[in-house]
Design a protein around this ligand. Structure first.
Ligand code: TRP
Length: 338
C-alpha cells in the first residue's frame, strides 16, 4: 500500500551513463552521489546506455565487461535495486522502437546542428555513422518512455535535453498530449571538479593526460601520485579563490566533497601548512573513501548471477512502463494493433 502511494506522489527521474571509459571522481561527486540521494525522493530509472555507446566503435568484450562493472559500481556506491530501477538499455527493446518513431518527428537539419554531433564527427571523421547523428533521438526515446519529470545531466547534455522537449512537444501538438515534458537539472557541484593538471578544465574521463583525472578504480598509490603532481600556484596559502587560485581551490573542493567538511573548516585545518602536506591529505582522503567502494565493486563483480538477476528484474520493471508508453504512441500514429 505504502509503495503504491509513494509511486503516485513521487516524480520520475531518469538518468543514463554510457559504459565506456572508467568513471572519474568528478562523475562520482557530480552524479553518482546525488543518484544515491535521489533514489529516496524520486521514482528513479538508472540506465546503462550501451546503445548510445556503439555510436563510437567499441571492443565487444570490453563493452560487455564495462556494462557489468558499471552495474557493480552503482550498487557499490549505494544504489538500491529495491528503490530504483537499474537496467541495461538494450534489454528493453522499446528504446529502439520509440527512437524510430521519433525519427519521423525530427529534422535532419536539427541533428546536424547539434554541438556534440559536430564535435564527435570531427573526432571520429572515419566513422560519422547514422547512429552518431541519431544519438539525441535515442536519448529522447529513453527519457520519454518513462514519463520522466526530471533529468539530471551535465551541462554538455543540455542541448540534447532541449531537443527532447521539442520533439515531445511536436508530437503532442500533432496528436494529443502523450509525452510528459522533462525538466533538465544541471548539478553544480560535480561540474566544478576540475582536472588536476588543468584545473580550469572539467575533470573528464576522456582527457588527454590521465594524470589529471582520478578514476574510480585508481588504486591508492596512483591516487596519491596524481594528487602530488596536481598544479597549485606560486603562493603558499591554502585558500579558496577559484579565480586567482584555481588549482588550490579545486583541491579544496575535492577535499570537502570527500571529507564532508566545509571550505572554511578545510581552510582552517590547513592554515600554515605547505602544499605538499595538503596534497597528500587530499589524496589520502580520496583514497580512503574510494577503497570500500572499490572492494565492494570487486566482490559484486565476482557474483555474476546476482548482478544478472538485478538486471533481469530491472529490465522487467522498465519494460512494463516503457511498453505502455510505446503502445500509446503506436495507437496515436495509426499502427494497426492486434
Ligand atoms: N548522453 C548521455 C551522456 O553521455 C547519456 C544518456 C543516454 C542519457 N540517454 C540518456 C542521459 C537519457 C540522460 C537521459 O551523458
Amino acid at each position: 500500500m505504502e509503495e503504491v502511494s509513494e509511486q503516485i506522489t513521487k516524480k520520475t527521474l531518469y538518468s543514463a551513463v554510457q559504459p565506456t571509459n572508467a568513471l572519474t571522481i568528478g562523475n562520482y561527486i557530480g552524479a553518482i552521489k546525488s543518484m544515491v540521494d535521489m533514489q529516496h525522493d524520486y521514482n528513479c530509472y538508472f540506465a546503462i546506455a550501451n546503445m548510445h555507446a556503439i555510436t563510437v566503435r567499441q571492443v565487444p568484450a570490453q563493452l560487455r565487461q564495462k556494462t557489468l562493472a558499471l552495474v557493480a559500481l552503482y550498487l557499490a556506491c549505494g544504489l538500491d535495486p529495491s528503490r530504483c530501477t537499474i537496467y541495461v538499455q538494450s534489454h528493453v527493446p522499446c528504446h529502439a522502437e520509440l527512437a524510430w518513431v521519433l525519427n519521423t518527428f525530427t529534422y535532419v537539419g536539427e541533428m546536424e546542428r547539434m554541438t556534440q554531433f559536430k564535435d564527435k564527427s570531427a573526432k571520429h571523421a572515419d566513422n560519422i555513422n547514422m547512429g552518431l547523428m541519431d544519438y539525441p533521438v535515442l536519448m529522447a526515446a529513453d527519457i520519454l518512455l518513462y514519463k520522466t519529470d526530471v533529468v539530471p545531466v551535465g551541462i554538455d547534455q543540455r542541448q540534447h535535453l532541449e531537443i527532447c522537449r521539442d520533439i515531445a512537444q511536436r508530437f503532442n501538438n500533432i496528436y494529443s498530449p502523450t509525452f510528459v515534458l522533462p525538466e533538465g537539472v544541471y548539478p553544480k557541484v560535480g561540474a566544478k571538479i576540475g582536472d588536476l593538471l588543468e584545473p580550469t578544465k572539467k575533470m573528464s574521463k576522456s582527457s588527454e593526460n590521465p594524470g589529471g583525472t582520478i578514476f574510480m578504480d585508481d588504486d591508492k598509490d596512483t591516487i596519491i601520485r596524481k594528487f602530488r603532481r596536481a598544479v597549485t600556484d606560486s603562493e603558499n596559502e591554502i585558500r579558496y579563490d577559484p579565480e586567482k587560485k584555481p588549482g588550490v581551490s579545486n583541491l579544496l573542493s575535492i577535499y570537502t566533497a570527500f571529507s564532508g567538511k566545509s571550505i572554511e573548516e578545510a581552510e582552517r585545518e590547513f592554515a600554515g601548512k605547505g602544499y605538499g602536506d595538503f596534497k597528500l591529505a587530499v589524496g589520502e582522503t580520496v583514497a580512503e573513501k574510494l577503497a570500500p567502494v572499490q572492494s565492494e565493486q570487486a566482490r559484486l563483480l565476482a557474483d555474476k548471477d546476482y548482478l544478472d538477476n538485478i538486471l533481469r528484474e530491472g529490465a522487467a520493471k522498465a519494460y512494463k512502463v516503457a511498453s505502455a508508453t510505446l503502445s500509446k504512441v503506436y495507437r496515436k500514429i495509426g499502427f494497426y494493433q492486434i
